[in-house]
Design a protein around this ligand. Sequence first.
Ligand code: XIL
Length: 459
Amino acid sequence: MKMTSRSFSRAALASTLLATTVGASLLLVTSAGAATTLGASAAQTGRYFGTAVSAGKLGDSTYVNLLNREFNMVTAENEMKWDATEPNQGQFNYSGGDRILNQAVSNGKRMRGHALLWYQQQPGWAQNLSGSALRQAAINHVTQVATYYKGKLYSWDVVNEAFADDGSGGRRDSNLQRTGNDWIEAAFRAARAADPGAKLCYNDYNTDGVNPKSTGIYNMVRDFKSRGVPIDCVGFQSHLTNSAPGDYQANLQRFADLGVEVQITELDIAGSNQANAYGAVTRACMAVARCAGITTWGIRDTDSWRTGQNPLLFDGNGNKKAAYNSVLDALNAGGATTTPTTPTTPTTPTTPTTPTTPTTPNPGGCTASVSLNSWNGGFVATVKVTAGASALNGWRVTTVLPAGATVTSAWSAANTGTTGTVTWANVAYNSAVAAGQTTEFGFQGTGSAEGITSTCTAS
Ligand code: XIL
């Protein structure tokens, strides 16, 4: 029999286990083969198995039982999208996202954030913006939402579906795209600045084989990697019918070879060949070491957005379908071992974050430091205020902006002035800062803020 690279990897893994843990290896192999849920089975090779979750279904006991039994990763189906999280400009609503996150965390699951910027499911106010007003609103959205969920999410779909289906390999026309081709990298930089711990993904559909669209994305990721734009993962939605493209695995592998994690993010498969196709997709992920996991876009057929197509792993009564068994078998068969990566800060960013030197702490005083996320014509500044040896009851920060920079909006502090020397006072809820602790505020503006300085005084 010809030895495939997959079977070779498994053999190599098995012999490593035997060589290093002779006593335990039999037990490991036995228990590995016996996993009976999707999540536990995927975990044997360091992968996850996830599902999209809708907050409105968390009261349905059949749904929640399946969720808790089978899945160890969760994506909010709609609740973390722009229209849900910022229904009015500058007013954020995290209630639906938080319900899902709390359910996930309290049951030991992790969560993928979905999606910070997308041409669909934008709030009406954003649909009506364009140019620099839209760019600033979009970057502020990324900053605010990623900051709110900082440290809590496995990954973020920072940008969703930005490439065209027209065979050109180019970008999709959208209000976001019309703000300038650099909108995607500006979004990734803002997301990294806000939550350095989340893996940052680009996510899209019809990218499941090697085709002009996936190649356009491949070229973007390669370019981002070469210029130090922070990107950690690429999501392949995989909304399929009857089969995956024959080069599905090869396509995942070429992205993985760029040094990004690959994730199957919204899998659902309609059609009579469903069970086979689910098996093939799962085996492809298992064969790619950097394929971190699979998420299906819902639990039961009745939960699917593809109404009437029955594309999921459980029927409407919550029973396992043939497709479920195909997936479980493929997960249990093992695969290339994943090597989890931690997001790394880019070494050579073209518009670097430039924390200013913190001011010398006065006894009982405070320090302020500014991080900038800049793009051509605008910036977001995040200011950390840190209390000195004693607690603060209130604080003031003075920033000096370079000529041409103008503050256009701010959060978590009240400003006096918008150009040159601008002072910032705490708002009611962040006036008290314990000794040595930090609070944050931020602002965005037009022009360049490179060279901004900041000083802090306790008030
Ligand atoms: C879908 C949801 O499942 C629906 O409930 C909603 O009405 C529309 O969006 N690509 C994506 C997902 O990235 O966010 C979409 O989810 C499905 C296609």
